[in-house]
Design a protein around this ligand. Structure first.
Ligand code: GDP
Length: 456
């Protein structure tokens, strides 16, 4: 998983907090220190980390904790907010990947080897997945390296996109000029422009980019950065950003053994926010980057605090109290699960909703949302096929000798496949465990959470 090592450390820190019976000042300081250490070990910039920690500390002292939310849950939320902030706040990938009203020009810049050419092909593929009819032209303006032109040609064929390249010896400006004329004539929707890279930033490179920006008038300039370079990526970004108008960064090679330093430092140091991430060498390996979802993934928790807060806005106080009480008593039943699904259904986008469901939120990425939508419908159908007794007593499905028969009856009743049924019970169990853990932290029954887990 992305930021694996870092995520494990920070999750450990959070999980220790969740088990506490009393979250007093000493424990709070210890938790802050643990979060700080895990961020520093992930190679995040020290100043940025200290600012995050100090913000969490201040806000924790000032914030009014809503009813039904524990201090530890509030702490988790504040850490998540802080992480979201340093990862770039509002995500920009939706804007970049939106349907073009007119021809959309996107210029890709970055150092040699950062993954620029590969990213262009990946981006074309991702765009075609979203808009299958889009007409995309790849333009080879990295004219200094014949191998780069050839590489773009090959990758273009693999993603079924036409590539425009000049004859040998032609310069980047000339190629761009011809490509733009050609693209207007042929009514392409997207123009993806590859540019030259260098091993280090030099004046020649920057001058060429300035010229290309002036002539191409791109809607977006995406800076491609190699995550394996760690914090250095943020310094590279700062230099690019002083020369051309970078509108977003693509962080590549996040599948490699990176600690996360690049992602954690980039926005604060350079002002560039990450919009996409490269997660494999193959052409499907480009994902949208939403800071809030990544923060949630790193923390490995469904955003239970937002769930409760939003629930307070959307449902009656009594219902919230009842739900919080049930959580604390660890009576998390199918009825509660269904209620949770219905609460969140009324809360806006599915993406926001999913990340709030414990056991689900930390596993999703934006590409999976349509699949998840189906999954929710399936979950509702399954729960609605249960008897009232079953809805109130999940244990009937786990330890009763008749549980197989029950499951078979529900499978037939809901018209769902065995695979969907198995998946549903697995997801429910995971939500139940998280709820029980959160409940335990509030009631001091820390040990009991593990007893459910061990029935797995
Ligand atoms: P350019 O010089 O910036 O155009 O870089 P390339 O597109 O040629 O990529 C350099 C190397 O990085 C190639 O071997 C790519 O396959 C590899 N690469 C690019 N993106 C990723 C990624 O997200 N993950 C991994 N593992 N490798 C990548």
């Amino acid at each position: 998983m992305l930021f694996d090592e870092f995520a494990n450390k920070i999750q450990q820190a959070i999980s220790n907090v969740s088990k506490l019976q009393v979250f007093n000042d000493k424990e709070f300081q210890k938790a802050l220190k643990n979060v700080r250490d895990s961020l520093i070990e992930a190679d995040a910039n020290v100043e940025i980390v200290d600012e995050l920690i100090s913000n969490v500390e201040t806000k924790m002292k000032q914030v009014k904790i809503p009813k039904g939310v524990t201090k530890t849950q509030m702490f988790v939320k504040l850490v998540q907010d802080g992480l979201t902030e340093i990862l770039g706040g509002e995500g920009t990938s939706d804007r970049i990947l939106s349907a073009p009203q007119r021809q959309k020009r996107i210029m890709f810049v970055g150092l040699q080897g950062s993954g620029k050419t590969t990213t262009i092909a990946k981006f074309a593929k991702l765009t075609l997945k979203k808009f299958p009819k889009a007409r995309i032209l790849l333009v080879a303006c990295d004219t200094r390296r014949p191998a780069a032109i050839e590489q773009l040609n090959i990758l273009g064929k693999r993603v079924n996109c036409e590539t425009f390249s000049g004859e040998e010896g032609s310069n980047a400006e000339w190629v761009l000029d011809r490509a733009l004329k050609y693209s207007l004539e042929k009514e392409f929707d997207y123009i993806l422009i590859d540019t030259a890279g260098r091993q280090v930033i030099d004046n020649d490179l920057m001058n060429e980019l300035v010229l290309l920006e002036k002539n191409a008038k791109p809607d977006e300039i995406l800076l491609v950065l190699d995550a394996m370079t760690g914090q250095e990526a943020a310094n590279v970004a700062r230099q690019f950003a002083t020369t051309v108008r970078i509108s977003g960064a693509v962080l590549t090679k996040l599948d490699s053994d990176t600690r996360g330093g690049a992602a954690l430092s980039l926005n604060s140091i350079s002002g560039c926010s990450i919009c996409f991430m490269g997660t494999s060498e193959n052409l499907d390996g480009l994902e949208t980057f939403y800071p809030d979802r990544i923060a949630s993934r790193i923390l490995g928790m469904g955003d239970i605090v937002s769930l409760v807060e939003k629930a307070q806005e959307n449902v009656s106080e009594d219902e919230v109290k009842e739900m919080a009480k049930r959580m604390m008593e660890a009576k998390f039943t199918f009825e509660d699960f269904l209620k949770q699904l219905s609460f969140v259904s009324s809360m806006g986008s599915l993406g926001n909703m999913l990340k709030m469901i414990p056991g689900v939120g930390n596993k999703i990425n934006s590409e999976d949302i349509p699949k998840m939508e189906t999954k929710l419908k399936v979950a509702k159908a399954i729960i609605q096929s249960m008897t009232n007794e079953e809805k109130k007593n999940p244990q009937l499905f786990y330890d009763d000798i008749s549980s197989k028969k029950r499951i078979e009856r529900i499978r037939r009743g809901s018209g769902r496949s065995q695979e969907e049924i198995d998946d549903f019970f697995k997801t429910f169990k995971s939500a139940q465990i998280t709820m029980k853990k959160l409940g335990a932290s509030a009631t001091g029954e820390a040990g009991s959470a593990d007893s459910i887990e061990s029935t797995d």
